[in-house]
Design a protein around this ligand. Structure first.
Ligand code: PEP
Length: 253
């Protein structure tokens, strides 16, 4: 995406929250508050079972729909899994490698790479989450960890990744759901490092988001950083007024 403006993205990761009815109402509230924001790529990531009804709510709008995970095979005996071939009928983005999947469910760097490959194969934009744990942060290993995670993802691709075919979300694990946000300086430093790292390998980097306790209070200063192209928002994405404030902050970038 070098040379072209990077449209800020704000993606709301609802995680395992809301019933289907609550999710439909939340999507309608996001649509009402955010659909006029043309300077931001607004995305909601509801649970799988919400995708079809939320898709109907968002139909014809600028608010985009994504899933929170995907399996790497297209079909077969993989009970409980959902493939990119299935998602491609319902949404246009998918999150892979979220730290809750890596750390609670044991997903590896290589598996995250296979998930991105499946997404890309089916025309989905993959949002790849990377980030270090608190102990890795304290040990000064942040760059090494995100480089390792990204290199594993890149190694798993058999087709070329284009800058607009995926998105990276830098999410320090110690900042997710903790209320402890990285400072704008810390987030900027890592997002800039990620951009350079990927540009060196691919020639062009995708948009790089920051995630980790983004709120109405801190969004503007995070998004003002030159290498932060928006946010991946968890808890605050469940509150439509707060989410809309965060989206508006990205629109003033
Ligand atoms: C997330 O789930 O990706 C996230 C960043 O969560 P939170 O905003 O709640 O920290």
């Amino acid at each position: 995406m070098s040379g072209t403006p990077r449209l800020p993205m704000v993606a709301g990761n609802w995680k395992m929250n809301t019933t289907v009815a609550e999710g439909v109402a939340l999507a309608a509230a996001v649509l009402e508050r955010c659909s006029a924001e043309t300077a931001v790529d607004v995305v909601v990531l509801p649970p799988f079972v919400h995708l079809q009804p939320v898709r109907e709510v968002l139909a014809g709008s600028r608010v985009r729909l994504g899933a929170q995970d995907v399996f790497w095979e297209d079909s077969g005996a993989y009970t409980g899994e959902v493939s990119a071939a299935m998602l491609a009928d319902l949404c246009d983005l998918v999150l892979v490698g979220h730290s809750e999947r890596r750390h609670l469910l044991g997903e590896t760097d290589a598996e995250t790479g296979r998930k991105l490959a499946a997404a890309v194969r089916h025309g989905l934009v993959g949002i790849v989450a990377v980030g270090e744990t608190e102990s890795e942060h304290d040990a000064g290993d942040t760059f090494a960890v995100v480089d390792r995670q990204l290199d594993a993802v890149l190694a798993a691709q058999s087709t070329a990744l284009t800058a607009d075919g995926w998105v990276i979300a830098y999410e320090p694990v110690w900042a997710i759901g903790t209320g402890r946000t990285a400072t704008p300086e810390q987030a900027q430093e890592v997002c800039a490092h990620i951009r350079v790292h990927v540009e060196r390998r691919l020639g062009a980097a995708p948009r790089v988001l920051y995630g980790g306790s983004v709120s109405a209070a801190n969004a503007a200063e995070l998004f003002a950083c030159p290498d932060i192209d928006g946010g991946l928002v968890g808890g605050a994405s469940l509150k439509p007024d707060v989410f809309a404030t965060i989206v508006a902050a990205a629109g003033t970038r």
